[in-house]
Design a protein around this ligand. Structure first.
Ligand code: TEU
Ligand code: CA
Length: 564
């Protein structure tokens, strides 16, 4: 299947709280997005994914929704959102919005009712269970740390929350709840949006036997995510959603399913599955976590990246999904550290080169690019020295479960937070070098990264060699070259620890992508069959070098050759 608009699209992800503040209250908003649409469009972006802007107590920055039909006062009004849709459509761009189905806020009227008594209509909208002799129903660990169960005194039962305590999980076995959710989805689609990114969808189905599972040494709960992730039953739910809602609209749907295997992925978004159009998974984002989970959950662990692991991970999806399903291509989002600090090199000397290398290696692959705000200007992780500068509930639970329980030192935890925290991606967008980076005229809800003086949109736009123009060029090339959209992928030198090299082939066209992933100089022997006298360079991050059987690659050098 080829030729769908979303296969040829370039998505730009916006985290509204941190993008642009239009009314100077320190919080980004919908009108701020509207102000910047021309900036985004000139990058070559054709569609936006905007993270949640619904009414919310903001325990998890809006993923905890207390009214699906209202816009948070922080972000504006429904009229603002309708204007955003219109302004996008006038520019021939599209909008997908976040659809959060796994949970609501504990301040949602459904949950307030649900808590009231065991026999009210909404009780069964959530997952309530009796305790086990004074203990929670199971020993499962929440993604945000601590137990997935929270005790409720009034009715003497526990409710499940796989994220924060303020995000009770919905019970997708309940038919009325599903009907209410489908109506909500239709309501939004009737407003003219072009699709959904479906949040945490892999968790809609749980193991209702709630078995206790082994607890790793030194830890309190069991990180047995498979009890509530990517279980087969979830596909029945998604199929029903497609039948009842999605299939009646000309839209795109992108599911988010952390931990989905290749088989799972094809189940979620295979061309003939009637589920989603694409899937977001994180295999390639987690290749530098270690198994040292003696006192912190896996996501806070670290080891050095082994490049062949990354090649294997990305290539596996490139190859296995061919003719079966369509890939998403992304390095970062609002839940990941900044890729430039994560897999690149954020030092002054190598920032630009490594950022261009990362863009080259990923965005010439097969699939739809999803870039994250600030990636195109080279934003980096932030290294706050105080825990109190962070805003993410996940950081607070980590701190509570380790430092406050005397399990780890403050320094240790801060170092892990520097590497992994989601707030790395959530500092305000850096527009220029004026106070607060031109994001707002007042102190923002989270501190600006101090490197905004150098790293900002204004500097990027004033320099033809900048990352912004490099991204623009990549997207232009993709748009003009079907081979980069539909061409077949083949990996070379899969065990080489430094070089990432692959080809894209389509009809009689062939392209060769070569990058040096690290900072040392490398002698590279290019396989003979790829070397061709007429090869020429399409894009590179240095003064280019002609294709030859022997190449000497400079730090982070990236080159794309046309071989025909
Ligand atoms: O993230 C979901 C998420 O991180 C997990 O579902 C993921 O699949 C898991 O870590 C895999 O092991 C989304 C949002 O992107 C995030 O910002 C929210 O905090 C979260 O859902 C809850 O809504
Ligand atoms: Ca604002």
């Amino acid at each position: 299947m080829i030729g769908k608009w979303w296969q040829e699209a370039v998505f730009y992800q916006i985290y509204p709280r941190s993008f642009k503040d239009s009314n100077d209250d320190g919080i980004g908003d919908i009108r701020g997005i509207i102000e910047k649409l021309d900036y985004i469009k000139s990058l070559g972006v054709t569609a936006l994914w905007v993270c949640p802007f619904y009414q919310s107590p903001m325990d998890d920055q809006g993923y905890d929704i207390s009214d699906f039909y209202k816009i948070s006062k922080d972000y504006g009004s429904l009229e603002d959102l309708f204007q955003l849709i219109n302004e996008l459509h006038e520019r021939k761009m599209r909008l997908i919005i976040d659809l959060v189905l796994n949970h609501t806020s504990d301040e949602h009227p459904w949950f307030i009712e649900s808590k009231r008594s065991k026999d009210n209509k909404y009780r069964d909208y959530y997952i309530w269970q009796q305790g086990n002799n004074g203990k929670p129903p199971s020993n499962w660990e929440s993604f945000f740390g601590g137990s997935v169960w929270e005790y409720d005194k009034k009715t003497d039962e526990y409710y499940m929350h796989i994220f924060s305590q303020k995000m009770p999980d919905l019970n997708w076995n309940n038919k009325e709840m599903r009907r209410d959710m489908f109506n909500m989805m239709k309501w939004w689609l009737d407003k003219g949006i072009d699709g959904f990114r479906v949040d945490a969808v892999s968790h809609l189905n749980k193991n209702w036997d709630f078995p206790n599972r082994p607890i790793p040494k030194g830890r309190e709960y069991s990180p047995c995510y498979d009890e509530f992730s990517n279980r087969l039953g979830v596909h029945e739910r998604i199929k029903e959603m497609t039948e009842e809602v999605f299939s009646n609209y000309d839209i795109v749907t992108v599911g988010e399913a952390g931990g989905a295997s290749i088989v799972d992925t094809i189940n979620y978004c295979g061309y003939h599955r009637n589920e989603f159009n694409m899937l977001i998974t994180f295999d390639h984002c987690w290749l530098d976590v270690s198994d040292d989970i003696t006192y912190v959950p896996e996501k806070w662990t670290y080891k050095k990246l082994h490049l062949p692991d990354l090649k294997k991970s990305l290539s596996k999806y490139q190859v296995s999904l061919y003719n079966k399903a369509w890939n998403t291509l992304f390095w970062s989002n609002h839940d990941q550290p900044r890729v430039l600090s994560h897999y690149g090199n954020d030092s002054d000397a190598f920032r630009l080169l490594s950022a261009k290398m990362l863009a080259t290696v990923l965005y010439f692959m097969r699939g739809t690019p999803f870039i994250y705000q600030g990636e195109e200007i080279g934003m980096t992780n932030v290294y706050f020295s105080n825990i109190s500068d962070y805003r993410d509930v996940e950081v607070f639970t980590l701190y509570r479960e380790t430092v406050l329980k005397n399990i780890a030192s403050k320094e240790d935890i801060l170092d892990r937070v520097h590497k992994r925290s989601r707030d790395n991606a959530r500092t305000p967008m850096q527009w220029d070098d004026t106070a607060y980076a031109g994001f707002s005229k007042v102190k923002p809800w989270i501190k600006v990264n101090p490197n905004y003086i150098d790293i900002n949109v204004k500097n990027n736009l004033n320099n033809m060699d900048s990352l912004y123009y490099y991204y623009q060029k990549i997207f232009k090339i993709r748009q003009d070259t079907k081979a980069f959209i539909y061409g077949k992928y083949a990996l070379y030198l899969e065990d080489d620890p430094n070089i990432f090299m692959y080809t894209r082939t389509y009809k009689n066209e062939c392209y060769l992508i070569i990058v040096n992933f690290f900072k040392h100089y490398i002698h590279l022997q290019v396989p003979n069959q790829l070397v061709n006298e007429n090869a020429f360079i399409i894009i590179s991050n240095y003064e280019g070098q002609r294709l030859n059987t022997k190449l000497y690659l400079r730090p982070y050098e990236a080159i794309v050759y046309c071989l025909n």
